[in-house]
Design a binder for this molecule. Structure first.
Ligand SMILES: *Cc1c(COP(=O)(O)O)cnc(C)c1O
Length: 385
């Protein structure tokens, strides 16, 4: 067994990021400024999209997205039960009502047929999540949206590198939102970014993210001199700081080499676990690109002899940290009580939520770390209960 604990989801921070943060500290420009603007330009170029607005989290970005797209109290938003609670919370923060449609058990993404069944006269939006970095069936979802006049917000927290039929995830719906939380593929500690092709939406996001102050207020962040601003609406305090962008603006330049590294780890896991009684991630079509954010295995007690929580505990005792992405949304009491969600209404997400375990997949992993994970998983499964 390895002697140090392998922390799940550790980001890889290089000297350039450290120097850039120190530069912000030395020049005393901590808040929103030129580094945020540069980070936005770099992400927009990488994503091949016209507008990218940095915010202080993906959750904030999803909340603003709901608001600028005009969702109102009582409007229904269809999303997936297999997501982080933030996707649902953002809908609720906007006053709208989350509605869950079950996932396809192979892709673990929203099943368009189940989405259709959930449409009512109150449905206004779809909020698909590209789970683990695998793109949703966007042609089918966008067709449903067109038919029923719905707006589409893509939760791209896992999907920076994702392509759907050659097109970047986050640029297919009305708005797409990235996360730069510490465990994501590109990090700023906390942070997010909203992508859109629509200049007017981008402008509204910017204003709403900074107290609702008119666009001129952003000039406070340059040396152009003081300008009066108006407050156009009651906005939020969701802007990103230069201190955060200092990290992200360099991380984004390495996104492809890190993807290659995770791809190599992914292939090693697939080969190393092929003979084990586990369900491994399903292959995806050549026309798409998976962002390889999470390598999830499904542990069925009937086959594996132990359940997910027992495997998690054994790996933990072997100094391997893992993650659970995610227990299905109806497994949380607050959503059951407030929205009447029931596990039996999303059986696929519920089973996945009970069986899934995410193995370390960070570009920071050494070959030895990967060997340790493989050995620990094999050992844990060899010692049946
Ligand atoms: C991490 C995550 C979020 C929230 O991101 P933050 O930047 O932490 O707000 C939202 N949705 C999904 C699917 C996530 O994994």
């Amino acid at each position: 067994m390895r002697d140090s604990y392998l922390v799940f989801g550790q980001p890889l921070i290089e000297q350039t990021e450290i120097d850039e943060v120190v530069d912000s500290l030395k020049n005393s420009w901590l808040g929103t400024g030129p580094k945020v603007a540069e980070f936005e330009r770099r992400v927009a170029a990488y994503k091949n999209v016209q507008h990218a607005v940095a915010v202080n989290s993906c959750t904030a970005g999803l909340h603003l997205s709901c608001l600028v797209l005009g969702l109102e109290p009582g409007d229904e938003v269809i999303t997936t039960p297999l997501t982080f609670c933030a996707s649902v919370n953002a809908i609720v923060h906007a006053g709208a009502v989350p509605v869950l449609a079950d996932v396809d058990p192979a892709t673990m993404n929203l099943d368009p047929e189940r989405v259709r069944e959930k449409i009512t006269s109150k449905t206004r939006a779809l909020l698909p999540v590209h789970f683990a970095g695998r793109p949703c069936d966007m042609d089918a979802l966008m067709a449903i949206a067109r038919e029923h006049d719905l707006v589409v917000i893509e939760d791209c927290a896992h999907a920076i590198e994702t392509l759907y039929r050659g097109r970047p995830a986050g640029t297919l719906g009305d708005l797409g939102v990235l996360s730069f939380y510490s465990t994501k593929n590109v990090v700023t500690g906390e942070g997010g970014m909203i992508l859109t092709r629509d200049a007017e939406l981008a402008q509204r996001v910017k204003v709403t993210a900074l107290h609702g102050m008119s666009a001129d207020a952003w000039k406070r962040f340059s040396d152009d001199g003081y300008v009066h601003y108006d407050v156009e609406e009651v906005g939020f305090k969701y802007n990103m700081m230069d201190l955060q962008a200092a990290i992200g603006m360099h991380q984004i330049t390495r996104v492809e080499s890190w993807w290659q590294r995770r791809h190599a780890i992914w292939q090693r896991y697939l080969e190393a676990f092929a003979d084990l009684p586990l369900e491994l991630p399903a292959p995806w079509p050549d026309t798409d690109r998976h962002a390889l954010h999470l390598f999830t295995i499904l542990v069925d007690k009937g086959r594996a002899g132990i359940d997910r929580d027992e495997l998690l505990m054994r790996l933990h005792r072997d100094n391997i940290g893992t993650g659970v992405h995610y227990r299905a949304i109806p497994s949380f009491k607050v959503y059951r009580e407030r929205f009447g969600f029931r596990a039996e209404n999303c059986p696929h997400a519920t089973r996945i939520g009970d069986q899934t375990l995410s193995l370390p997949l960070s570009p920071k992993l050494t070959d030895q770390d990967v060997d340790d994970v493989i050995a620990a998983v094999r050992r844990a499964l060899a010692a049946r209960s």
